[in-house]
Design a protein around this ligand. Sequence first.
Ligand code: FES
Length: 147
Amino acid sequence: MSCQTSPIDLKQPAISDERATRPVKVVAFLCTWCSYAGADKAGAGQLPVPSELSVIRVMCSGRVEPALILEAFQKGADGVMVLACHPGDCHYKEGNLRAFCRGELLERMLPQLGINPLRFSFAYVSAAEAEKFSQMTRDFVAKVSQI
Ligand code: FES
């Protein structure tokens, strides 16, 4: 078997009836310095944020090991987001860049584990981007609901 072989059909993922009817669960790992502050600002500004989102606050996106993301999927998350400081803004210099690289690798690995890679998202959200946080989380939850 080639490493390029995808064991799942990304266009027609199999879902059970139970999973098709219940609300989706999305876990979002947010860097406390930027993305969490953006989420906080979205809340303070009363911007819509999906109720399906379960936020886990971390000191840096570089702290989010792929094993944590896989554990979230294993424990029933339908989607996982990692939101980080923009490049150059990480308080720990390069944690966000490490998180980006891990995310890229994870996206390629997920199909091999039977998980649609569209269920994972990595993005940069700053403390000033409350609108972006609101829109991005709503879009992701809608996408995961479609899957
Ligand atoms: S401190 Fe925010 S991603 Fe590193």
